[in-house]
Design a protein around this ligand. Structure first.
Ligand code: GLN
Length: 445
């Protein structure tokens, strides 16, 4: 808390702190230890953690950085919170984000901007900007974020930390406020690959409360961090080092490939031919799902209500005042794409393209162990630089989004600095093969 008091006025990573409860919990853990009623052999025992504000925390407001949920006090915990609490971690507070996780720069938070700790005039990335910035600023050793279309990896890249988007179905989504249910995943943001692997193996696994969580064993990722990548086959998609990716980022990633080569890995240039359609496909599908998911925020069931004489007016005013511009833009786009006259032309077509994008990955994984490229086309951009141009902002997601559409796991690890700003190396793996992703990331790191 001392560190947070020193730096968070500048960084803006936390939306709210839970200091009294956290201190009480720390005290009770100390007593348990002293009385021999607990053992500190669990690495996470007493570990402070920051949680993205779209993960529900019992008794601690969960706002999704939106005005519509300004007073939402959850009655239950997300499954990941139950798991962390079971390991006696201490939740320090809730982390800032783009409203409902829609954005790539954190400028869509309805409360305040997060600033990049490396350069306060720049964005931390988004939507888990608070989760990445807080770890980069040394406020907490790890945080949880969520990734629907890059929201863990891109901020991790911009802030020089490690961020993992697990395979879809690896981590329970129960208690993660739904944005696009077929894409959303929770994952850890940490300083090192080993920390990341450890946290994921503790929060992953089948959950009866989330029918899309997979009943596939979670490996002991940490014990597999051997550093050995000899003979490993890497595919490097030419689309990931082509036009649109800045020269400096490209060069930095090529240097990283040399390091992996020197460790005995081999790489070939490959292609993900349909990735060029990923941005429109993702924005159609994710907005369609969002338009359905966000229908529940009507002022009756959750959050802040604008009381009006009629029910219709109450809904209307609640949503008009409660949602920010970007959220409204997505709801309108999604409602349009799902409407009866346009469904075939937009939503259905996007679903078909999604299948092609997924097949591109599956084809490459017949021959390659991992696919590597940059996480984002540029380093962190200036606050305000892209706010008036949603399409440029969306285009920034070109390298992260295909991974969500395919459902495969991917990590971003720091791979150098360009003009004093961090660059992220993205390592993409086969479905449920987080082990190999971590192994390669760890060997490189
Ligand atoms: N930039 C993506 C979007 O705005 C990020 C979404 C996410 O991963 N939560 O939709």
């Amino acid at each position: 808390y001392k560190r947070i008091a020193e730096v968070d006025d500048k960084v803006g990573a936390f939306l709210r702190l839970d200091e009294e409860n956290a201190r009480n919990k720390a005290k009770s853990l100390e007593e348990k230890l002293a009385n021999g009623n607990a053992s500190a052999s669990e690495i996470l025992f007493g570990m402070p953690v920051g949680i993205k504000d779209n993960i529900v925390t019992k008794g601690l407001l969960t706002t999704c950085a939106s005005q519509i949920l300004a007073n939402f006090d959850p009655q239950h915990n997300a499954t990941v919170m139950e798991k962390l609490n079971g390991l006696n971690t201490i939740t320090i507070g809730k982390l800032n984000m783009d409203e409902f996780a829609m954005g790539s720069s954190n400028e869509n938070s309805s409360y305040k901007n997060v600033k990049n700790p490396w350069d306060l005039s720049r964005v931390p990335g988004g939507s888990s900007g608070g989760s990445a910035a807080t770890v980069a600023a040394g406020e907490v050793p790890f945080s949880l974020g969520s990734d629907t279309g890059g929201s863990i990896r891109q901020p991790a890249a911009f802030c020089g930390v490690v961020g993992m988007k697990p395979t879809y179905g690896r981590v329970s989504r129960f208690g993660l406020v739904a944005f696009a249910s077929s894409l959303d995943q929770i994952g850890p943001i940490t300083r090192t690959v080993e920390d990341n692997a450890y946290v994921l193996q503790k929060i992953a696994g089948k959950d009866v409360l989330d029918s899309t969580s997979a009943n596939i064993d979670v490996a002991d990722y940490v014990s597999q961090l051997s550093g050995d990548v000899k003979g490993l086959k890497i595919g490097v998609p030419k689309e990931y080092l082509g036009e649109g990716v800045s020269e400096e980022v490209r060069e930095t990633v090529k240097e990283a490939l040399k390091v992996l080569e020197s460790l005995g890995a081999e790489w070939d240039e490959v292609s993900l031919p349909h990735s060029k359609y990923a941005v429109p496909t993702y924005y159609l599908l994710s907005s369609s799902e969002a338009s359905a998911n966000l229908a529940r925020f009507d002022g009756i069931r959750y959050g802040v209500r604008q009381e009006e004489p009629s029910l219709g007016e109450t809904y209307k005013q609640t949503r008009t005042k409660g949602f920010g511009d970007e959220v409204k833009r997505r709801i309108m786009l999604g409602t349009f794409a799902l409407s009866s006259g346009f469904y075939d032309a937009y939503y259905k077509k996007a679903q078909k393209v999604r299948t092609l994008i997924k097949q591109d990955f599956e084809d490459l994984f017949l021959k390659y162990d991992v696919i590597i490229g940059p996480t984002a086309p540029t380093t962190a951009f200036k606050i305000g630089e892209n706010v008036d141009d949603p399409l440029t902002m969306y285009a920034n997601d070109i390298l992260t989004i295909p991974v969500n559409l395919a459902g495969v796991p991917a990590i971003s690890v720091p791979c150098g600095l360009v003009n004093g700003l961090p660059v992220g190396l993205q390592i993409i793996g086969k479905h449920f093969d987080e082990s190999t992703v971590y192994k390669v990331a760890h060997a490189y790191e």
